[in-house]
Design a protein around this ligand. Structure first.
Ligand code: NDP
Ligand code: 2IT
Length: 453
């Protein structure tokens, strides 16, 4: 750890003491605080008003029991959470994750990242995150419904269209959002835009499903154009994951003229040198909710590899662009070295914190375009913000309207991060420092203006 500023160092050391064992949270906090040293030195009021101590501490963390009945009428118990991180610039906003690994550390890392990400969108949204250690895999549709209803039976008292607006994340898509929305509506007897990612027949926005993956490609395209005078056209791309973000990143990259040769799930990965067949991928993952082995079985050109520890997986191939879209810490220093050796020019994150910190530094030091998730995957929450706008106005925009607003927001996020990197005198491909400072500035100004809280 290389903190140079004594104040920032003391904030981080205090955080380590108070959050023992919270590996992911401390990793995200370290990465952000390292970048913020530069602004702390320029603006003494940050230290004087103890802004960083307040910024790293969630405003509220709610943990609750979720008891539900499985198909055999056996009682099951899970843990539910909502981390309401920062409301300085708008109501708390951020996804819900259902995955067995969910704990306070993971949700606090996601919540802290979300505060900066939402600020970067320029829309008025504070940051939050939530979820449960519930595992949707292998559950029947009715079990998922009963779990979602039980989860919302507690969560509803803490959220609201002007208070806290959840959405999807890993394990939470349109089906789960719909079950939770229905339960909220019944409990409150009100129809409001309290969740985003809703179905189109009850207040959802066109293009929200595609938004994170499409937005990632708009960001990457703008970065390629500005920093390398280049584009997706004719490029070979590696993508990880095979969920919502990965699927629409693959679709957009291919429509921009690239060939995506990989995707993955938690069991293994696909290498498809002819390019991923997106229609088949959607059929396997979205319609059948099946595993990637089914994709491989249905496509001659595809090879399936089971995941074993210590392998490079999707990062071992010779590609120009890498888009990690699965989960945190899925790209380590060895993977980064492999990608650079194979001539990668850009690594832009669809997932949250998929790249380990040393790997991110290695990429930046080697002149690679590195798009940190809080900037490059902000298209999902930005379009959630557009869904909130449409709900408040009680109207809906066309796909083209939403998509063009999304593209403009993503281009603006890239330029904001890039200009901030230049302004603060770091490498111009250091979009990590640029995004952290740019996102923080607005939150910091709002916190200073609103007095001590
Ligand atoms: P999905 O649940 O739709 O897909 C997740 C994908 O990642 C699946 O292929 C899953 O495989 C794989 N995966 C999940 N956990 C692990 C793990 N521990 N190890 C290996 N693979 C794993 O989620 P999303 O596509 O929505 O989310 C993907 C990432 O994008 C997350 O980091 C999320 O926080 C981030 N994100 C999502 C946004 C959104 O709008 N949905 C917005 C911005 C960021 P398997 O099926 O085997 O579990
Ligand atoms: O990580 C994220 O930005 C999301 N999962 C989307 C959050 C949202 O509120 O749309």
């Amino acid at each position: 750890m290389a903190f140079k500023n004594a104040y920032v160092k003391s904030v981080y050391e205090d955080l380590v003491k108070k959050n023992e064992g919270q590996k992911e949270f401390l990793q995200a906090a370290q990465e952000i605080l390292e970048s913020l040293e530069l602004i702390v030195e320029k603006r003494p009021e940050i230290e004087r008003e103890h802004i960083l101590e307040r910024f790293v501490e969630p405003e509220r963390l709610i943990q609750f029991r979720v008891a539900w009945l499985d198909d055999n009428n056996v009682v099951r118990v899970n843990r539910g959470y909502r981390v309401q991180y920062n409301s300085a610039i708008g109501p708390y906003k951020g996804g819900l994750r259902f995955h067995p690994s969910v704990n306070q550390s993971i949700l606090k890392f996601l919540g802290l990242e979300q505060v900066l990400k939402n600020s970067l969108t320029t829309l008025p949204m504070g940051g939050g995150k939530g979820g449960s250690d519930f595992d949707p895999k292998g559950k029947s549709d009715k079990e998922v419904m009963r779990f979602c209803q039980a989860f919302m039976t507690e969560l509803y008292r803490h959220i609201g269209a002007d208070t806290d607006v959840p959405a999807g994340d890993i394990g939470v898509g349109g089906r789960e959002v719909a079950y939770m929305f229905g339960q909220y509506k019944r409990l409150r007897n009100e129809f409001t835009g309290v969740l985003t990612g809703k179905g189109l027949s009850f207040g959802g926005s066109l293009a929200r499903t595609q938004a994170t993956g499409y937005g990632l490609c708009y960001f990457t395209q703008e970065a390629l154009k500005t920093l390398k005078n280049d584009s997706f056209k004719g490029k070979t791309v590696a993508v990880s994951g095979a969920g919502n973000v990965a699927t629409y990143a693959i679709e957009k990259a291919q429509s921009l003229g690239a060939k995506v040769v990989t995707c993955s799930d938690s069991n293994g990965w696909i290498y498809d040198p002819e390019g991923i067949d997106v229609a088949l991928l959607k059929e396997v993952k979205e319609v059948k909710r099946a595993r990637l082995t089914e994709y491989a079985a249905a496509r001659k050109s595809a090879q399936y590899f089971e995941k074993k520890n210590g392998e490079h997986g999707v990062w071992q191939y010779k590609v120009d662009i890498a888009l990690p879209c699965a989960t945190q810490n899925e790209l380590n220093l060895e993977d980064a070295k492999m990608l650079v050796k194979n001539g990668v020019i850009a690594v832009c994150e669809g997932a949250n914190m998929p790249t380990e910190l040393e790997a991110a530094h290695y990429l930046i030091d080697n002149g690679i375009i590195y798009g940190p998730g809080k900037a490059s995957n902000a298209g999902g929450v930005a379009t959630s913000g557009l869904e909130m706008c449409q709900n408040s106005a009680r109207l809906s925009w066309t796909f083209e309207e939403v998509d063009s607003k999304l593209e403009a927001i993503m281009k603006n996020i890239f330029h904001n991060a890039h200009n901030t990197a230049v302004k603060y005198g770091v490498r111009e491909n250091d979009l990590l420092t640029g995004a952290n400072i740019a996102g923080f500035e607005k939150v910091c100004d709002a916190m200073l203006a609103q007095g001590v809280f």
